[in-house]
Design a binder for this molecule. Structure first.
Ligand code: AGP
Length: 648
């Protein structure tokens, strides 16, 4: 997820772009850049201006990269050419370089704040990207799934790629197709790229004009007396206008300082309506949600889709990015998973799922334990470190311990270029986008998806599952996002229940098999944001002591999706209910006998049982969220916690 902003009109563009990008840093913040059509235009106070003399600039890309500079200027190379300024790091680096934009002349420009997905954070990978002759500059939010194919073909045609990004493929395609008609060139590009995109585009010979197009990634147009805007999200432009249009999918937009034109995919001009954004800036940053946590819960379908679909083609899982051959995958005799917190619960789920699908034994350790227990592991063990931030000190230390012992390490990480990503031998990125809320939700769900893909790929490499099973599983994986959406549509049932129990003192979660792993995550979510004491227990273990804590009115949440264990779990729920517990059942549609024992039941759509954790976790996230809300707590920033625990 990245942030895009564009402005064309009577005012100097660069300061406006930087203001807008600042409001979009929640969408990504590892690097930023702007491209401005140089020359002409207005001073910050709106009066006419000539361009300021530009300090000698470093050529973009190679030279800047070689110089190791944290920033680069690309000097205009023709009268109406484009000036590009980019910097690694937070937006303030770009601000300092450009005197808050004042030193970059021009009244038409685009800007970008990046959340790296392809290519680690660096100047050369930051946006805008342009073709070699800077005829076209592009900023992009989304994932171009077939960029490698495009890159290979265009390289053969003589195009030179500077970055590792998917976005640069779009820039070169536009350059290839552009022969004077921007809308036509964009239309041709749209037919070649696959995936999700919101693009802001400048053509050097079209000063004052911005073009934009979107497919599945958000992009809006804003209009005002001073000029017109594009943005990934309303917060970027609320300071200037509330008069916006949410660009329909697959439409192309042309903006000048005074006009806005929309074109459909057949390049016919169409009319679109504008509406008023009523949100304040803070609410807008949360997309209208009350908290980032709720917004991120609702982003899970897209996050899972973005993580899964680029790795599945024609029903087959593609794990090439691990850099391991089929033979190397087949040789893996054991998997040692290591993580902390919620990521550890992903590992617990993985144990059940990978052992069922690939018949490879999986050991799971807390990173803080693994790093000190001088582990004994078999020769062909693959160590898998799971971490959203990629900076968790215990997990990083465990990775280094495993490498010191000579084992291959795979990192499942959400932050591109993070320490764990850089030090692992192989990396499998989850594409959840920036996760702002301390309590993880969408990153957790994408880690589960990553584990499923690994299990299926491993199962195929080892011949444990055949092509038919693989296709059945990948087809179901592709259906998980819509099933998560269906659960979210019924959030009121969970909200109502949570409000009844917001002031509980102790809450227990029980489950068997991978439902136990889901119970662990439900319990942690609740504890960390509602401050209610909670424990998760393997349901069969309750009778060995903990059941003594069950008394009248205690809430016990039973998670049951595994057919072979369902009746057992029902018995455990009867055990606690007969001792006074109030029982909430979380199960799949079809298991209606749950209502014979549970006081209240929440259903999730049926799925392959090995994927059930991706669905049961959603009501558990919502339960925790609404309980914390009911107590009036700071859901996004719970006391004592940090988003990334970079200390021991
Ligand atoms: C999860 O909601 C918590 N914020 C915490 O347990 C977290 O999962 C843990 O600190 C691991 O973080 P990581 O995934 O960034 O390594």
């Amino acid at each position: 997820m990245c942030g895009i902003v564009g402005f064309t009109g009577r005012l100097q563009a660069a300061p406006i772009l930087l203001d807008g990008l600042e409001k979009l840093e929640y969408r990504g913040y590892d690097s930023a850049g702007i491209a401005v059509a140089a020359g002409g235009g207005a001073r910050p106070d709106g009066t006419a201006e000539g361009g300021d003399a530009r300090p000698d600039s470093t050529a973009e890309g190679g030279d800047a990269q070689a110089a190791g500079s944290a920033a680069a200027f690309a000097r205009p190379d023709s009268e109406s050419a484009i000036e590009i300024v980019k910097a690694k790091g937070r937006l303030k680096v770009l601000r300092e370089m450009t005197d808050d934009g004042r030193s970059v002349p021009g009244t038409c420009g685009i800007g970008h704040t990046r959340w790296a997905t392809h290519g680690e954070p660096s100047v050369v990978n930051s946006h805008p990207h342009c073709a070699k002759n800077k005829r076209v500059a592009v900023v992009h939010n989304g994932i171009i799934e077939n960029y490698q194919d495009i890159r290979a073909r265009l390289t053969k045609e003589g195009f030179t790629f500077l970055s590792e990004t998917d976005t640069e493929a779009a820039a070169h395609l536009l350059d290839k197709y552009y022969s004077g008609d921007p809308v036509e060139a964009i239309g041709k590009m749209m037919f070649r790229i696959r995936g999700s995109y919101a693009l802001g585009i400048l053509f050097a010979d079209r000063p004052g004009e911005i073009y934009a197009v979107r497919k599945d990634s958000p992009l809006i147009v804003g209009r005002s007396e001073e000029g017109n805007f594009i943005a990934s999200d309303a917060p970027a432009i609320l300071r200037y206008t509330r008069d916006v249009c949410f660009i329909p999918n697959l439409e192309i937009v042309k903006l000048t300082g005074t006009e806005i034109h929309f074109y459909n995919v057949d390049q016919e001009e169409v009319e679109e309506t504008f509406s008023q954004v009523s949100w304040d800036t803070e609410a807008a940053e949360k997309g209208g949600f009350a908290h980032f946590m709720l917004k991120e819960i609702y982003e899970q379908p897209k996050a899972v889709r973005d993580t899964v679909s680029p790795r599945i083609s024609e029903g087959h899982v593609n794990l090439e990015e691990l850099g391991m051959s089929q033979e190397e995958l087949a040789k893996i005799s054991r998997i040692q998973m290591v993580a902390c917190g919620s990521a550890y619960h992903v590992c617990m789920t993985a144990k059940y799922m990978v052992e069922q699908t690939a018949r490879v034994p999986v050991d799971v350790d807390l990173a803080s334990e693994f790093r000190y227990r001088n582990p004994v592991m078999e020769k062909d063990t693959l160590v898998v470190v799971v971490s959203q931030s990629g900076e968790t000190a215990d997990s990083l230390a465990a990775l280094r311990e495993a490498k010191k012992l000579g084992y291959r390490v795979l990192g499942i990480v959400n932050v591109v270029g993070s320490s764990i990503a850089r030090e692992a031998d192989s990396v499998f990125y989850t594409w959840a986008g920036p996760e702002i809320s301390v309590a993880t939700t969408k990153a957790y769900s994408t880690q589960l998806a990553a584990v499923y893909l690994l299990a299926i790929g491993l199962g195929r490499a080892k011949g444990v599952i055949g092509e038919a099973a693989e296709k059945e599983m990948t087809a179901e994986l592709m259906r998980l996002p819509e099933k998560i959406e269906r659960i979210l549509e019924e959030k009121e049932r969970i909200q109502w229940f949570a409000n009844k129990f917001s002031y509980s003192r102790d809450i227990f979660f029980i489950g068997r098999g991978l439902d136990y792993a889901s119970s662990l995550e439900g319990s942690l979510k609740l504890k960390e944001i509602s401050y209610i004491h909670s424990e998760a227990y393997a349901a069969g273990e309750l009778k060995h002591g903990t059941i003594s804590l069950i008394e009248d009115g205690i809430l016990v949440v039973g998670v049951a999706t595994q057919s072979g264990l369902f009746e057992k779990l029902i018995s455990n729920m009867v055990e606690v209910k007969s001792r006074g517990a109030y029982v909430l059942g979380v199960t799949s549609y079809g298991y209606y006998s749950m209502e014979d024992v549970a006081n209240y039941t929440v259903y999730v759509p049926k799925t392959m049982e090995c994927f059930a954790a991706s669905l049961t976790v959603v009501p558990l996230q919502l339960l925790a969220y609404y309980m914390a809300l009911g107590k009036g707590l700071d859901v996004d920033k719970p006391r004592n916690l940090a988003k990334s625990v970079t200390v021991e």
